[in-house]
Write a protein that binds this ligand. Structure first.
Ligand code: HEM
Length: 503
């Protein structure tokens, strides 16, 4: 046999460490069978193979991981970082924190096209001295919905038809959107050229939701995060994308790893927008509404640091399939706001990961923090080590006078906002669903406007008349010209309701 061990290659073994002398043939009675039952090597090999897949992510299934470093400026704009946050990773100029990032598309399955019209996930894990901080964002600054309760329905409308499992269906997509006008701002992004980034390097990233920063004095501010691509922004038309995906589904992953391999390390600058922590009645939108951007003339971008990606993963499954990000993964000085999407997201991520990857997903090398973990949590499927228990390992509870862990000092106390109000289920007051969508339509370049109109016409043409009518009403309310152009493109009249003179 050509492949027998001669000292040059490591000897093939089972997972039990037994050398395997024949990996080509079943053990059989005679060389024509039947096969015998004591084929441990075969059973181990086949049953492990049978379990090779974990469920793909319910959203963002297609993606690629890279590793790198975040270097802090020590400042937030012109001020010391400490003015706004006590988060350790931001305090000193030049301080480096290792990071991992996973880029993704949203709606498609694990092997779907990377030039789909879809937001791109932009999830960064900072491995800090205070534990992990995940900033789980997208390449577009706003989102389709503002209340987490709507998310499963929204995603169902984006996924293939549940009866035929056929492709995304515009009748299902626009059925949901027609009844969810808060999506109109996001529609003007996703159906514009920005909806198909050329690759994972040439797009920005955004935290989208509103977070808080808290300083050492316990003072909080509201924050939006922006990652500015140092490679610039480049997008594809639907025709260019169709041409690429005819021969290559993983074009963005390929582009990313080729750039890293040739030493052309991609970079993004982290910027924040800051607002005082209150309701801001002077604004025509709610600062906790993720369907809105904060105007940069009023809330300027303030640079915080630079991220560089310089390492591709060694293994797709271990690092991309098993990596687990979540919006609840925050470090001291970086906190939640009451953004109703953010709160719902924070339940969803670790919940899905305990199911998708397993109870002990945080023990995996790609997920565990770089600091020592001291908990009294125990056991569960596939536990492979016990967290540090201190001097007396029998003490797996707290408090204890004998041994165990001590709580951190009170400087780690979270922000303590005052909250009062009636508990209820109700929309926010300042919904203002159309204004920023219209402003965006009017401020993008003419070719982007043309592309946006063309893409919407292309989809709405295939929709039922009731959906065309409802969508045209929404589009017209964003901008009259926008509505007129889409109606003309579809070849229908604008609905009478929008043309009726206002009372
Ligand atoms: C209530 C709203 C949302 C819910 C319930 C939700 C839920 C989820 C779930 C269950 C996953 C799969 C996680 C996994 O299997 O590891 C996921 C992934 C992801 N979500 Fe969300 N999501 C929401 C909104 C958003 C928004 C607004 C953004 C962007 C700011 C976002 C960005 C991402 C990203 C980037 C990933 C992929 C993370 C990775 O690469 O592993 N999600 N989301």
């Amino acid at each position: 046999m050509a492949n027998k061990s001669n000292g040059e290659k490591p000897t093939l073994t089972t997972r039990q460490g037994h050398p395997v002398y024949n990996n080509q043939e079943l053990r059989t009675v005679g060389n024509r069978g039947p096969a015998t039952m004591e084929n441990y090597h075969f059973f181990e090999k086949m049953s492990h193979f049978d379990r090779e897949r974990v469920p793909e992510r319910v959203v963002h299934a297609r993606g690629a991981v890279a590793h790198g470093v975040f270097e802090a400026y020590g400042t937030i704009g012109d001020e010391p970082a400490s003015a706004y946050t006590r988060a350790k990773l931001f305090q000193e100029k030049g301080k480096q924190t290792p990071i991992s990032i996973r880029f993704s598309t949203v709606a498609g399955g694990r092997d779907s096209s990377e030039v789909a019209r879809d937001p791109r996930g932009f999830a960064v894990k900072f491995r800090t001295e205070d534990g992990n901080w995940d900033l789980v964002g997208n390449n577009l600054p706003v989102f389709f919905i503002r209340d987490a309760t709507k998310f499963p329905d929204f995603i169902h409308s984006q996924k293939p038809d549940p009866v035929t499992n056929n492709r995304q269906d515009p009748n299902r997509v626009f059925d949901f959107i027609a009844a969810s006008p808060e999506a109109m701002h996001m529609v003007t992004w996703v159906f514009s050229p920005r909806g198909i980034p050329a690759n994972y390097r040439e797009h920005d990233g955004f935290g989208v939701n509103t977070y808080r920063m808290v300083n050492a004095a316990g003072e909080g501010v509201l924050v939006k995060y922006h990652w500015k691509s140092q490679q610039g922004i480049r997008s594809l038309t639907a025709a260019q994308a169709a041409e690429i995906q005819a021969t290559e589904l993983g074009s963005a992953t390929k582009d990313l790893y080729e750039a890293i391999a040739r030493g052309d390390y991609p970079k993004w600058e982290l910027n924040v927008q800051i607002m005082s922590d209150d309701e801001h009645p002077e604004l025509d939108f709610d600062p906790l509404d993720d369907t809105k951007t904060w105007p940069e003339d009023k809330f300027p971008l303030r640079p915080v640091g630079m991220m560089t990606l310089n390492q591709a993963p060694d293994n797709f499954f271990a690092e991309s399939e098993q990596i687990a990000f979540g919006t609840g993964v925050l470090v001291d000085g970086l906190e939640f706001s009451d953004d109703k999407m953010l709160v719902g997201r924070t339940f969803s991520y670790s919940d899905t990961q305990r199911y998708r990857v397993g109870t002990n997903y945080l023990q995996l090398p790609v997920n565990r923090p770089v600091v020592e973990v001291n908990t009294n949590q125990a056991d569960g499927t596939m536990a492979y080590h016990v967290d540090n228990r201190g001097a007396l390992p029998t003490v797996n509870y707290e408090p204890s006078v004998l041994a165990g862990h001590a709580e951190a000092d009170d400087s780690y106390c979270e922000y303590r906002p005052e909250v009062a109000g009636q508990i209820q289920r109700a929309p926010i007051d300042r919904t203002n669903n159309y204004q920023q969508a219209g402003e965006r339509y009017r401020t993008i370049d003419q070719w982007e406007r043309d592309d946006l109109v063309q893409n919407l016409v292309g989809e709405l043409k295939n929709c039922k008349p009731i959906l065309q009518e409802m969508m045209l009403e929404h589009i017209y309310k964003c901008d009259a010209e926008f509505g007129e152009r889409v109606a003309a493109g579809i070849g229908v009249s604008l609905p009478a309701s929008v043309l009726a003179p206002a009372d």
